[in-house]
Design a protein around this ligand. Structure first.
Ligand code: GLA
Length: 359
């Protein structure tokens, strides 16, 4: 029954492809449209990015609920926000851009003060991925050569985006020819009120997590798994995001808001609910499920209004990210779930964004 329903939902999905322009070196960039009965997602081969997700609110009004640009030029001009991108080879930070693997020390670019962020100066978000249509979606592939941004091993990454009724599913897989580390996630900024509707501070969020990884001043985890109990990091019950964001709490002051990794319950590899966001005005609800062990909840604290698209200014806290991932700086924390990948292993992980409405 479930299988036939899934197949029926897939049968309704339409996939089409168009040109999204050219890179400065002439490489062609495409944009795919994935359309089901309930959502329409646009994905570009530049950074394997989600450009838009259109879905209805409780009154049936359709809006784009992720931040992004209409044109490739918009993405090329913005090297700061990572809007909608697949970030890698290592999503989030590696302390001092340094880690040791099999007794050898590797140095990767420091592009965030003294640390490496989202794979380095030319991360996966800056590459044009190859793409092919698959049932209900598109599969993007990137081959990152041995030594790319200082990382060992040729890494082949596949990211499949598919739509199933009201859900956008992302399946990641990676293989390598030498021992390496990998942590890929999607860096979409959601605003369930719709693009241009203001900040996300009035939205409610639930994070299915009892612990988070506190950070130092450079947003590198200290290694501790701290309880959320009695702190503004406690989102076990759905809570308005802006309620405690400016509290006198050292972790929030360091990050200028929420920008932390929450430790999800359940095992790595097991599908579980990570988060649920509710926009009370439009009634839109986003549920995030994943096989990953953590989620970086980031409230767009670094959006500073310097980027715009179609009359919309991307100001502070006008979008929120739910980057399902392994913990930041895992290569330097043997107690964290491992991000090491060895030849012969094929790692597969998945995240699904499901959109519903509540009155
Ligand atoms: C992640 C990081 C943030 C910030 C954004 C991109 O969410 O944790 O600190 O770097 O990416 O701006």
């Amino acid at each position: 029954m479930l299988l036939s329903m899934t197949m029926a939902a897939q049968a309704h999905a339409e996939v089409s492809k168009a040109s999204f322009g050219k890179m400065p070196d002439g490489t062609a960039v495409d944009i795919y449209t994935l359309k089901s009965d309930a959502i329409e997602a646009k994905i570009t081969t530049f950074g394997a990015r989600i450009v838009s997700i259109k879905t209805a609110d409780k009154a049936g009004k359709v809006d784009d609920v992720v931040l992004g640009y209409d044109t490739l030029d918009g993405y090329l001009a913005d090297k700061k926000t990572y809007f909608g991108a697949v970030v890698g080879r290592y999503g989030n930070r590696i302390a001092h851009g340094k880690f040791t693997l099999d007794g050898k020390t590797y140095q990767v670019p420091k592009n965030n003060d003294d640390n490496s962020l989202h794979g380095g100066t030319v991360g996966f978000d800056q590459h044009v991925w190859t793409a092919k249509e698959i049932p209900a979606g598109v599969e993007m592939t990137l081959v990152s050569k041995d030594g790319d941004q200082g990382y060992p091993g040729t890494l082949t990454a596949h990211v499949r985006y598919t739509v199933h009724h009201n859900a956008l599913r992302i399946d990641y897989s990676a293989t390598t020819d030498k021992d390496t580390v990998v942590n890929l996630t999607n860096h979409s900024y959601f605003n369930l009120g719709g693009l241009g509707s203001g900040t996300i501070l009035d939205e409610e969020i639930m994070l299915a997590s009892d612990k988070y990884t506190p950070t130092d001043a450079g947003l590198i985890p200290t290694g501790e798994l701290a309880t959320v109990e009695g702190t503004p990091m406690d989102f076990r019950k759905s809570t308005v995001i802006g309620k405690r964001i400016n509290d006198d709490f050292e972790q929030l002051k360091r990050a200028g808001g929420y920008d932390h990794n929450w430790v999800l319950r359940g095992a790595t590899g097991e599908t579980k609910t990570a988060a649920k966001v509710h926009d009370l005005k439009t009634g839109r609800v986003l549920t995030v499920t994943t096989t990953e062990p953590g989620v970086q909840f980031y409230t767009g604290n670094f959006l500073d209004g310097s980027f715009h698209s179609n009359g919309v200014t991307f100001s502070k806290r006008t979008g929120l990210c739910l980057e399902t991932q392994h913990f930041p700086d895992s290569p330097n924390h043997p107690s964290f779930p491992t991000t090491e990948l060895k030849p012969g292993e094929a790692r597969h992980w998945t995240t699904t964004f499901t959109f519903t409405t509540e009155k």
